[in-house]
Ligand binder design. Structure first.
Ligand SMILES: Cc1ncc(C[n+]2csc(CCOP(=O)(O)OP(=O)(O)O)c2C)c(N)n1
Ligand code: SF4
Length: 301
């Protein structure tokens, strides 16, 4: 059964009050991730906005144990935690490694790839705010073409994003999925599903960042949804090789009403210097990726 607002567990593992920005979608996503794991988890996190959410000792805003790991080591840290739990005979806890796009696409990719190649038994979640936001928005491997960032200040980034979810799928994982903070129940159901599977499971979560993307704090959910409606972000899962569009992306596909990507771009100050040529390039890229997903989707129910 799909989770809805009525049957979602009321237990909270992210407590009220943390130090993330107002309107930050990372809080919302993390809240649902921990609910799905019912507190039966050890988390490992590299430096990021999420470490700010966790807080500085002796105060914390979460009720689960967390290792703060060096930036490049999240996958290796997960491997160590798995070995430790095995030595203790503990089968009740899930190891969750969770990092931003900087910590995943760039700095942590080798440790993650090694752990995934070994099929180590953990869930890896990349929350993607398309930049190194904790240190003031430097460009990452996930920053889009043309986006202004601290290190691409005027013309914007001159390269396209890499497709990290496709890279992880190429490792032959039993479960790979995408999610979006504006659709937290879809995220919740995917984490529940991943929890029950053995091996390395990878989930990419699209997390809009108001100060980094330069949109009002009150618009986070709408911006995340616009990403789905325009195909900028696509909700899907791949379970043992079987591809399925989910939630709002499945309904966009059923209705055949993908909106122009321009509608997503014009809402954000980071794209204010985009040229018409770049907008067309971004639209072509979105169209091609959307078509690849439609071609793979056998069931749109
Ligand atoms: C080896 C190393 N280099 C740089 C830093 C500084 N640093 C801390 S957080 C951060 C940004 C992390 O970006 P990302 O992984 O995308 O997560 P976000 O901040 O967006 O949540 C950086 C560069 C560090 N802690 N360690
Ligand atoms: S910088 Fe962005 S991702 Fe980081 S806490 Fe603020 S809104 Fe969230």
């Amino acid at each position: 059964m799909k989770t809805n607002a009525v049957n979602l567990t009321e237990t909270e593992y992210v407590l009220p009050g943390n130090r993330l920005c107002p309107g930050c979608s990372v809080s919302l996503a993390y809240r649902h991730i921990l609910k799905a794991l019912e507190g039966q988890v050890i988390v490992t996190v590299p430096a990021s906005c999420l470490t700010v959410l966790h807080g500085m000792y002796p105060v914390t805003s979460v009720t689960v144990p967390c290792v703060n790991t060096p930036f490049a080591s999240t996958g290796a840290s997960a491997t160590g935690l798995i070995a430790g739990l095995k030595a203790l005979g503990r089968t009740d806890l899930t190891v969750l490694a969770i990092a931003g796009d900087g910590g995943t696409y760039d700095i942590g990719i080798q440790a993650l790839s090694g752990a995934a190649e070994r099929q180590d038994d953990f869930i890896y979640i990349c929350y993607d705010n398309e930049g190194y936001m904790n240190t003031g928005n430097q460009r990452s491997g996930s920053t889009p073409l043309g986006a202004i960032s601290g290190t691409t200040p005027i013309l914007g980034k001159q390269q396209n994003q890499k497709d990290m979810t496709a890279i992880m799928e190429a490792h032959g994982l039993p479960y790979v999925a995408t999610a979006n903070a504006s659709y937290p129940l879809d995220l919740y159901d995917k984490v529940r599903k991943a929890r029950a599977i053995e091996g390395t499971r990878f989930i990419h979560v699209f997390t809009p960042c108001p100060p980094g993307w330069r949109f009002p704090f009150s618009d986070t959910i709408r911006i995340g949804d616009l990403a789905i409606q325009t195909g900028w972000d696509i909700l899907y899962e791949v379970e043992n090789g079987a591809f399925r569009l989910t939630s709002a992306s499945a309904s966009v596909a059923r209705k055949g009403n993908l909106r122009p990507v321009r509608e997503f771009l014009v809402e954000q100050g980071r794209f204010k210097n985009l040229t018409e040529e770049q907008i067309n390039q971004l639209q072509d890229r979105v169209n091609a990726r959307w078509q690849r997903c439609l071609d793979r989707a056998t069931d749109l129910s």
